[in-house]
Design a binder for this molecule. Structure first.
Ligand code: B12
Length: 355
């Protein structure tokens, strides 16, 4: 499909978003009129379905205005695993998407139906696709695997000893971050998604990894400081902050002093920090595709602030899944991990790369 964003994407996307309070209940009515008894059998209430369809619509909106059906299918992949986790037949979710399509068809003019269908179909295709969950997504080295096992056994002392004593004797802190802690966290996410571990195990793993990360950083000797100001942030609603904390840690280890706004700050709080600090670089992290719109708006707001030349770099799970997105939201750069982030930030700070 041609991935250029057109006026049609904007118009249909905005119309969908503006009418969501009408379209979501309409979809629930359509769904229950046709399949009410089976939803009742699985105790799926009207309120539950309404909330689920609101989420479907918000993710569809993001996919439409960025012209990327893949963003909708990635979301459906996650939903599919939740449905399966709760032992609900996947056909019910297919019915939900069909009902959504049918209410959108009754609302939008017929000339737009093919356009809308391609986005919803991308989601329905995922429902039918068998997801390969047999192995870790990005491969898991021996050390990461060992660390993961300690986390899953809730062996805190073992995990601390393994990283803080054994691994630090062999590897740099940066290597431990990127080759042990990060892949272990990704694997925790995969196991959680396929229902092999419980949410409590995920929380435990994240807490231990986060503490180890702080302890490693404290051990690291500081480089002579750089004067450049770098504001780092995690947009509103985003609870995933380990990624930006990695970036902060790598910056600190290189001698920068990142100014971190804290996670889930709203755009006006973030722009106030930027106005006050006048940084050379703003680094924005986002994990969920539903937060892309907020990142886009934030970038627009930052660009309006009167200040000396400044560059914006973005990163996080959603950008890693679709590495072309950063250009569409008018960022200056993107990096897939904290190691690459430092390299790119250094390039952005070179005098010739500033306007
Ligand atoms: C821990 C975790 C959580 C924790 C976060 C705690 C915390 N303090 O951070 C909690 C429990 C809060 C959580 C909640 C949710 N989570 Co969660 N979570 C994870 C998990 C397992 C690990 C995240 C992590 O620690 N990664 C390690 C860090 C180091 O990696 P990273 O974030 O990718 O960061 C690196 C790069 O991306 C890059 N980077 C990151 N930011 C930036 C910024 C810049 C500027 C640059 C240059 C680079 C950069 O550099 C980083 C370091 O190398 C992931 C699995 C995964 N694959 O990531 C799921 C995951 C991200 N979560 C997921 C989901 C669905 C959710 C929930 C919706 C679950 C729910 N139903 O409630 C909520 C959403 C909450 C919200 N509103 O944000 C899904 C997302 C699926 C999708 N496609 O959207 C994932 C992928 C799990 C999965 N496999 O399905 N989660």
């Amino acid at each position: 499909m041609d991935e250029t964003i057109t006026v049609k994407n904007q118009l249909i996307g905005q119309k969908l978003h503006a009418n969501r309070e009408f379209l979501a209940p309409l979809t629930v009515d359509t769904l229950l009129a046709k399949h009410g008894s089976i939803f009742q059998e699985y105790h799926l209430t009207r309120d539950f379905l309404l909330e689920s369809i609101h989420t479907d619509i918000s993710r569809l909106f993001v996919a439409i205005i960025t012209n990327r059906p893949v963003l909708f299918s990635q979301y459906i992949e996650w939903q599919k695993s939740l449905v399966e986790k709760n032992a609900i037949p996947i056909i019910l979710y297919e019915h939900e998407l069909e009902a959504l399509q049918s209410s959108l068809f009754s609302f939008f003019a017929s000339e737009h139906h093919d356009f809308i269908r391609q986005f919803i179909q991308a989601g329905i295709d995922v429902i039918h696709k068998k997801i390969d969950t047999s192995r870790p997504l990005n491969g898991l080295g021996q050390n990461a695997n060992h660390y993961l096992k300690l986390l899953l056994k809730k062996d805190t002392d073992g995990a601390f000893h393994y990283i803080l004593n054994e691994m630090t004797a062999k590897y740099s802190i940066q290597e431990i971050y990127l080759e042990i802690i990060q892949p272990a966290q990704y694997e925790v996410g995969r196991l959680w998604q396929i229902n092999e571990i419980r949410v409590a195990q995920e929380h435990f793993a994240t807490k231990v990894s986060s503490t180890i990360m702080d302890l490693l950083l404290q051990q690291h000797s500081r480089q002579p400081g750089f004067d450049e100001k770098i504001v780092t942030t995690c947009v509103g609603g985003e609870f995933h902050e380990m990624g930006i904390k990695f970036v902060n840690a790598f910056l600190e280890m290189e001698g920068y002093k990142p100014i971190y706004t804290g996670r889930a700050k709203n755009n006006s709080e973030i722009t106030q920090v930027i106005k006050a600090e006048q940084p050379q670089i703003v680094a924005i992290s986002a994990t969920m595709s539903s937060h892309l719109i907020i990142v886009k708006k934030l970038i627009e707001q930052i660009r309006k602030i009167e200040m000396p030349p400044m560059k914006i770099i973005v990163g996080g799970h959603v950008f890693n899944q679709s590495p072309w997105l950063w250009q569409e939201i008018q960022a200056d750069a993107y990096a897939p991990n904290a190691g690459q982030a430092i390299k790119i930030i250094k390039t952005l700070l070179l005098p010739q790369s500033r306007p």
